[in-house]
Design a binder for this molecule. Sequence first.
Ligand code: PEP
Ligand code: MG
Length: 740
Amino acid sequence: MDYVVRLDQIGKDDLRIAGGKGANLGEMLKLGIPVPPGFAVTTASFDLLMRMHDLGKKIGLIISSINVDDTAKLLDASKEIKAMILSYEMPPEVRLKVDEAYKSLPDSATSDSSLPLVAVRSSATAEDLPTASFAGQQASFLNVKGSDELVESIKKCWASLFEPRAIFYRAKHGFAKSSISVIVQKMIEADKSGVMFTADPTTGEDVVLIEATWGLGESIVGGEVSPDSYRVDKNGKIIDIQVSNKTRMRVRDQASNTTVELDVPQDKANAQVLTEQEILNLAEFGLTLERHYRHPQDVEFAIENGKIAIVQTRAITTKGKTKKVGIKGNQLLKGVGASPGAASGRVRIISSKDDVAKINKGDIIVTTMTSPDLVPAMSRSAAIITDLGGRTSHAAIVSREMGIPAIVGTQQATTVLKDGQEVTVDAYDGIVYDGRIEVDIETPVEVHAGMTRTKVKVNLAFAQGLNEIAPKADGVGLLRIEHLITQFGVHPSKLVKEGKQEEYVKLLIDGIRPIAKAFSPKPVWVRTLDARSDEFKNLKGGEDEPQEANPMLGWHGIRRSLDEPELLKSEFRAIKKMHEEGLTNLQVMLPFVISAEEVQKARKIAHEVGLPDAAKIGIMVETPASVMIIEELCKEGIAFASFGTNDLTQLTLGIDRGNERLANLSSTFHPAVLRSMKMVIDTCSRYSVETSICGEAGSDSEMAKILVKYGIKSISCNIDAVDAIRMAVHEKELEISELT
Ligand code: PEP
Ligand code: MG
């Protein structure tokens, strides 16, 4: 993969190399949208740095050692990781390409002094995906000049992948692996700039909403200013113009070449920022983008000497879905409802970073501006109120995404409200009431269990957090029983050899029953034992495990179960017993299948044990063999087929999934893996066999969307990814239904 690619050489499918921002910019250029020229320092560059210094492991250790809800620890971990990344030189082969590309930008000469000013922004691979805008989560540097400064800025963007809020956000949304690309673009000397939404993000109304202010756009997205606001209908007619009082602006200071904040000159403070023609032209660009992406867009723009430049576009992540019925009380304040909802709680005035720690669960954050730094604390709060900022400020986007009510632009919340005071926030209408007031809400339309056509299930290993997760998921798509056994401490073969099958049956029932109950009547797919010979070695009785050169390719899964039928029988007996107790939602999943004969044999053993027909038997598709013979397996009568992409990827690509050195080569998105899955889904559909995924890739929103497009019937993901996957599935299904 190239370390550097020009923006006009990339398109929307290049998310993995250029990140969301880069892929979108390339795509926009193809549509004829005016985008400033530039290039992407691809994920390959960042990955190279990570590999050169074994950073994946080092960072993984730091993050896994902390609880991300502990703000102080989170800050320390982030600091340590960022310092580590910045301490390394940019790999020389990357630097060479960066310098070349920089010098090839239009209006560049070769000497440093005549190199143009550039904007340097991070472009994360999980960023800007329709399900999770990493709003404001990564860095950007403006007015960067000269090769050395550019290189430093790129390194800072790399480090920004580990900002506290980014670590936190990923931990909560379940993006396990992340890389980052950096976009370098010629600087626009913006005299005005702003943000455009092609659907009202708060109400979902089908109009174009544009917010604009003087100077650079950072003051809008950072929430430092209450911008002008314009609305245009979808026929291109301006329906509303609201000119606001704009007090501050950011501009470039020529002498120091830095961005400075200034008072807006008197004659401009209350003047309309955009001309009608500019409003109409912008709306037209916005609608072109919306049509192209078939989804409402959130667009950032800058205008220099009357020339519009589009800086960024991405899908709007949320739309207002709830409605308030009625509320009466003593009004204290009015602002703009930026994230719909209502809540009562105690006011916490936040004037500095140090105040963040005093926010308790259920408090209402009151602050001058909604800065993205507040994200970790926001997740604890019941609502957010700000003095400044518009509906398109980044933190407003984040609060919508977190589902936390927010009112922005009240002008005076921090002076009118007092620390500790109890208030009620009505973020539908943007009103703050005195005291605690009951608010009647119509049942909110949320994405919840059963709502998507494609089922969203979870992978489980233990009976933990069931009350919270069971209502949200459509079942368990993989219940790994190995961990129940490791907890017990004795190798099941030892139990069987000593004639203690009943103990094994009991252990399984004790472990599985609470899960089956919590999910009943939703299906729970119990995977039969899939322990590798190296994994159970430390258990009592494990010393008899064979010594294998390649345990991954060794004696495990169904092949082993057929060699040790007493173990398999015990597992079937446990399931049978629970069926007799009424837990008829339990079904059986056979791992590591390579032949129809294996299924046949397993079924025969099930018969011998008397496993009822309701305990359907399905398989995992983890081997290229099972992909190639999927038709035979369907004919054999399997009830379902679930992709174990961890093994399927390793075996299709010939890459040991545990080998760190090869991790960068391994991708579930490899066309060979994708095509295997497509083929299996197509064949299974013909035989009405349910298809699913339970490998790690099922927790990746992008993968979920691809599989929904292919027609998969369910996706089983990690617990922390359920909401994100549900949203991804929902959006993809909507998109498909709109297309057909
Ligand atoms: C898989 O291979 O994707 C899978 C889910 O099984 P395991 O990770 O337990 O091998
Ligand atoms: Mg596997």
